[in-house]
Design a protein around this ligand. Structure first.
Ligand code: GLA
Length: 634
């Protein structure tokens, strides 16, 4: 089985004469899978119930003749203008009460009955039409689910979700602490989504709304999935997750429902920072997939986020792709095949740039296609050797930190988790992500970066892990609140106090950086920490404990009560026994039957590998050239 290679293909943006050239160039580039129809609803159903499948028939036939398979999309991310005009109640309402207008994409309310019905109709029509088409390989439902709506449909669905969660209003009032500011609800009908209000909204309401939105979108997904499974049993159904700073869904929960975890990855940094972010994204995807193969559904041949869009540097397209494949991706896909001439994303780079095939980018795309052809796709067994270190990842904790009224606006959950991953990556320590309630004993160490919210169940799980001999490294603002964002009393961090052997009396957010002897610069946050069994590893300039270590049961729990820069955090990890021997910028990922090595530096580097490179067929003798990459079978 070959690795998948290709990208979003939007032929409806081009005259039909271009399609044959597309297929010819795809073949030249080694493309074997394209995602078709993600935003094609208005071209497939130009008015209610009238379908125009002819063009898509011709596209799929052309692709099938060219030996290219299709990840066929259900186009529900972009309802047609006629739909929005006919069903204005299905348009998104923002928290400020503004009803959005069509003219972009993702402008719908996932709770609106008309939208749900129309979604199922177009899904059924596509499923029935293409169920036996030889090009069909994967179903791609929607695109990057992530549009919250605050309208009355959403309010009704939110209330139903809350009834299911809490059973009665007393439980909800208690969980939301509505006694504060006189918010007590005496009828379900009084509850709304967190709409614009005079001052701070209720944090528990805000968090439950994020949970609801994720579940509501998942219900939309599973409706389409179930219909497609019925029509085409055996064809996997997926949807592409959006990564980076925008976590719109509970990925652990969603990953149990998709047949194939698929992610889109657009690093915001450049150079080494992009390589670090790519590894982070791929390890997240791998972890959500539970170690099974998954798919990098979108990436770009350039940098699209940040202040300056530009192409990736020579070699980066391949190196980033290899980072994903090394971590178990079934292939490397892009958005999009041919860069658009017009439209909102006309400056988004393509595999085939505006310049055309006679371009550096297209030559690199072809070279990558050739390289991927030589690497067999992973089997369905977990391909990647399990990491020894787990970093806890929980969207609910992130959403809670994005809530209102916290003691500092500078606590950045994503940055904390990224730092933990980056520091390990730079030292060549393989990491994965785990949910706080996952089974942890297999890991040598568990890192807990700024996990504000921890449920009782998760707290018991972490305690059992340490008592059973594990090493836990928690950083500031972890274990503070329960699942309803209520503070755990009696000294912070209530959920972890006992295993950490400390009690925090006060938080002291920092306006200016301070220096900790041996551990360097500390920013954002500090605490008044009392020891309750733990030893001091580092002190604040005033003498109070800043970093501590506690032997608890058979294991050890470390606590970092401030935000350290990367070298300081690396030093804590080293003290906790987590120093790696990797060379910075040289990435080595072990799969069961082969090893991937990628050199992100501009110098030749030693790599602990000898054998024959699957990509070039050349011997690998313990060295890797600048920017080079190899795959060596074991
Ligand atoms: C996302 C979307 C694509 C496209 C790209 C590029 O990943 O899924 O449709 O918009 O971003 O911005």
């Amino acid at each position: 089985m070959r690795l998948w290679y290709g990208g979003d293909y939007n032929p409806e943006q081009w005259p039909e004469e271009v399609w044959a050239e597309d297929v010819a160039l795809m073949r030249r580039a080694g493309v074997n899978l394209v995602t078709v129809g993600v935003f094609s609803w208005s071209r497939l159903e130009p008015s209610e119930g009238r379908y125009t499948f002819g063009w898509l028939d011709r596209v799929l036939d052309l692709l099938a003749d060219g030996g290219i398979r299709v990840d066929l999309a259900v186009p529900t991310a972009s309802p047609p203008p006629w739909f929005s005009l006919a069903h204005p109640d299905a348009l998104t309402v923002t928290r400020d009460g503004v009803r959005l207008t069509h003219g972009s994409r993702d402008t719908y309310c996932v709770s609106a009955p008309a939208y749900r019905e129309a979604s199922l109709r177009i899904t059924r029509a596509l499923g029935e039409r293409y169920r036996d088409h030889p090009a069909l390989a994967i179903w791609h439902v929607h695109n990057e689910y992530g549009t919250p709506c605050h309208c009355d449909h959403a309010a009704a669905a939110f209330r139903a979700w809350l009834r299911e969660r809490y059973g009665d209003l007393d439980a909800l009032n208690e969980a939301w602490t509505t006694a504060f500011w006189g918010q007590h609800y005496s009828d379900w009908a009084q509850i709304t989504p967190p709409r614009a209000t005079q001052y701070l909204p209720n944090p528990a309401q805000a968090l439950d709304f994020r949970r609801f939105v994720s579940d509501e979108m998942l219900a939309h997904f599973t409706e389409q999935r179930d219909l497609l499974r019925e029509l085409t049993p055996g064809v996997p159904v997926t949807t592409n997750y959006v990564l980076a700073g925008w976590a719109s869904v509970d990925h652990w929960k969603w990953s149990r429902e998709v047949d194939l975890v698929a992610v889109d990855d657009y690093p915001t940094g450049r150079g080494m920072a992009a390589a670090e972010q790519t590894a982070f994204a791929a390890d997240l995807a791998r972890s959500w997939a539970g170690g099974r193969p998954w798919l990098l559904m979108e990436q770009a041949t350039g940098y699209v986020l940040g202040p300056r869009a530009s192409p990736k540097e020579p070699g980066e397209i391949a190196r980033h792709s290899l980072q994903h494949v090394a971590r178990g991706s079934k292939g490397a896909m892009f958005f999009q095949w041919r860069a658009s001439r017009g439209g909102a994303e006309q400056w988004h780079p393509g595999m085939l740039p505006h310049t055309g095939p006679d371009s550096r980018v297209f030559r690199e795309v072809c070279a990558l296609g050739e390289a991927l052809e030589r690497i067999p796709a992973p089997s369905d067994e977990p391909p990647v050797v399990e990491a020894e270190v787990a970093i806890l990842w929980d969207e609910e904790a992130w959403w809670a930190v994005q809530g209102p009224g916290l003691p500092s606006t500078e606590i950045d959950y994503l940055a904390a988790v990224e730092q933990a991953h980056r520091v390990l990556w730079r030292q060549g320590v393989a990491a994965c992500f785990a949910h706080p309630s996952h089974d942890l004993p297999a890991y040598r160490a568990v890192l807990v970066p700024s996990l504000y919210l921890i449920s009782d169940e998760a707290a018991r799980n972490l305690a059992a892990y340490v008592e059973g001999g594990g090493t836990l490294v928690a950083s500031f603002f972890s274990g503070i609140a329960d699942e309803h964002t209520r503070i755990r009393l009696g000294g912070y961090p209530g959920a972890l106090r006992e295993i950490l052997g400390i009690s925090v009396e006060e938080f002291r957010p920092l306006a200016d950086p301070i220096e900790l002897p041996e551990f360097g610069r500390a920013t954002v946050w500090s605490e008044v920490v009392h020891l309750d069994g733990a030893e001091v590893v580092a002190r604040y300039p005033g003498g109070g404990p800043a970093v501590t270590c506690h032997r608890h049961g058979g294991g050890t729990a470390w606590y970092v009560s401030t935000r350290l820069d990367d070298p300081g955090y690396a030093r804590v990890l080293a003290r906790a026994g987590l120093a790696g021997s990797g060379i910075p910028g040289v990435e080595v990922v072990r799969q069961r039957d082969r090893v991937f090595a990628v050199n992100h530096t501009e110098d030749e580097q030693p790599v602990p590998l000898h054998g024959t490179d699957l990509i070039t067929g050349r011997p690998v003798g313990g060295k890797l050239g600048p920017g080079g990459y190899v795959v060596v079978p074991l």
